[in-house]
Design a protein around this ligand. Structure first.
Ligand SMILES: C[S@@+](CC[C@H](N)C(=O)[O-])C[C@H]1O[C@@H](n2cnc3c(N)ncnc32)[C@H](O)[C@@H]1O
Length: 238
């Protein structure tokens, strides 16, 4: 059962971030991908955005996805094969990536480069000249203690993030945030695969644990951070 549960985990998500199809298409369009020869996605998960970016860029693009979770990387590699896209999925810590590229994506993964400031600094080395698409958690205004108790320290306000972009030498070419519908779809999608699994395996020894885990996160979402935690998407250039 462990395998089917692992497969169910993200099965209902297109990507692991609150993002509609239309919003994704808009953001990728702003990366001017036809001018790029290489793109890297750090903390790529299964790299759906990387694959779409590579498809927009054309067959000569060198596309690389970096993540530590081999199961997710395998999903990306399977999708790449099915779509005839020559992307490479590498199991590596984001901090250890040493290449350069014309474009980079780092969505929901600033922690893989040491937090928001370090991510922006590191991306400036990875993309010395070009564009990046960043997605990062944010608040509109400083959060209440109960929110920090659930989500931890390190999430900045939108104003602070934009200020850090300037300090690290990036031009903010476009800024947009996930709306409530994108958040609700994302949070529901996180739980939909495991909940389908529970319907199919009600008597599994792991069922109670799985239900408690997902009920707990649902309680946190509805009780603490729904409408409070944001996700900002930034198209940055240098
Ligand atoms: C919120 S998900 C990213 C979503 C992904 N960018 C997407 O568009 O679907 C965060 C990812 O970071 C990965 N991760 C965690 N620690 C990492 C590290 N040190 N280096 C690289 N990836 C890491 C996780 O496996 C996970 O796939």
């Amino acid at each position: 059962m462990a395998d089917s549960l692992a497969q169910a985990k993200y099965s209902a998500l297109t990507w692991n971030t609150p993002l509609s199809e239309a919003h994704a298409t808009d953001l990728l369009g702003r990366l001017q991908l036809s001018e790029a020869k290489s793109i890297v996605d750090i903390g790529c998960g299964w790299g759906e955005l990387l694959l779409r970016a590579a498809a927009l860029a054309g067959p000569d693009i060198k596309a690389t996805g970096v993540d530590t979770d081999q199961l997710l990387l395998d999903r990306g590699a399977r999708n790449a094969l099915e779509r005839n896209i020559a992307a490479e999925f590498v199991q590596q810590r984001g901090e250890e990536f040493r290449g350069t590229a014309d474009r980079a994506v780092c969505i929901g993964s600033s922690h893989t480069l040491g937090g928001t400031r370090e991510m922006l600094k590191r991306l400036a080395e990875v993309v010395p000249r070009g564009r990046v698409l960043v997605g990062d958690n944010c608040y509109d205004s400083p959060p209440a203690k109960e929110v920090v108790d659930v989500l931890g320290e390190g999430i900045l306000t939108l104003v602070e993030i934009v200020q850090l972009c300037r300090e690290t030498g990036w031009e903010v070419l476009h800024l947009s945030t996930a709306d409530q519908r994108e958040w609700d779809d994302f949070e529901s999608g996180h739980r939909a695969g495991p909940r389908e699994w529970l319907l199919a395996h009600p008597d599994d020894p792991q069922a109670a644990e799985v239900r408690e885990l997902h009920d707990g996160r649902e309680r946190e979402y509805l009780g603490a951070y729904r409408g409070v935690l944001g996700l900002v998407y930034l198209v940055l250039g240098r």
